[in-house]
Write a protein that binds this ligand. Sequence first.
Ligand SMILES: C[S@@+](CC[C@H](N)C(=O)[O-])C[C@H]1O[C@@H](n2cnc3c(N)ncnc32)[C@H](O)[C@@H]1O
Length: 361
Amino acid sequence: MKGGGYYSRRTRGAKDAIDGASGMLMEAVAALPAPNPGQPVRVADFGAADGGTSKKAMHDTVAAIRARFPQSQVVVTYTDLPSNDYSALFKNMLGLAEEPELSYLTKLTGVFVHACGVGFHRQLFPDASLDLGFSATAMHYLSEKPCEITTHVHMVGANGEERAAFARRAEADWINILLARARELRPGGRLVFLNFGIDEQGRYLGHTGEANMFDTYDRLWRALRDEGRITAEEYVRATFAQFYRTKEEFAAPMLPGGIAYQAGLRLLSARTGLVKCPYRRAFEDAKGAMSAKEFAASYVPTLRSWSETVFANALDPARPADERAHIVDDFYRSYEDVVAADPHRHGMDYVHCYLAIEKVG
Ligand SMILES: C[S@@+](CC[C@H](N)C(=O)[O-])C[C@H]1O[C@@H](n2cnc3c(N)ncnc32)[C@H](O)[C@@H]1O
């Protein structure tokens, strides 16, 4: 993700998806067992980025926990990769960024904020110490790329053995994620996850009926190769380390007899849901008051906020830094041109699978 608070400023749709799941968090809080005397209630946000998009949901969750267990303190741990911008995260927590009124850390007493820079494929908390785990739009990231995808930039466009290698990696990663959470959770503890996925109609992020976002990325990145701007290796190296699972793939390890079921996880609910692209919606709501160029300029930065590192890191590090920056700028400018030329075909609707999970004793 881009740091400096850019992520949450440019990712309104992710915030909308989280706010839409706040009812699931409230249900989870209502069902939590009372903490042991003298113990805090421990909450984790797995893959939190700068904490901006979950700020309102976490504020409401912490307030609900304090209301339900007034004698208990609360510890919220934000986890992400070691490369995450934790400075932006703590500015958000301390109310030094946007929406300071949502800083529960400064508003509520008995609340503590920690951060953990170790990826969620491993166990991050001691056994049976976590009460509530939350994660939004993060667990599609794989622990590693099993291979490069030679004919596309994303697994949604991969075929044959390359697609199968991604599916195998995703299955093993999901099991590791669930088993780690099963060890961390107290009996009665809950998980609320909203993960990118593929829904019953085959829809996924940026592919809900019109232009396919990942096909557009691929076409424009491939064009740079065909024009000789980037090499064949640089084209291939732009492979997202992601996998979009189906509801069935999410549920499988928690079905009776499954490995996560045996570890004590019970799937309470699983459903897919679509959140409309807020930038596209604003363009349509403007009813002609926003030009196609203005829409493109408002929309493409949200794509850039999470995809830029993939394209920038695909470029040969031997190229001078400013040359790499120019190529990436030109790439996103070409995406803006494509959107401006045909704005009504573009948008990044979010498709998630929403999971509520309980740990039994
Ligand atoms: C699209 S952002 C989502 C951020 C926030 N949860 C939201 O919903 O807006 C995905 C986040 O997952 C993080 N991430 C990716 N792989 C991860 C891993 N293995 N462990 C922890 N975080 C990871 C990324 O660094 C990034 O901050």
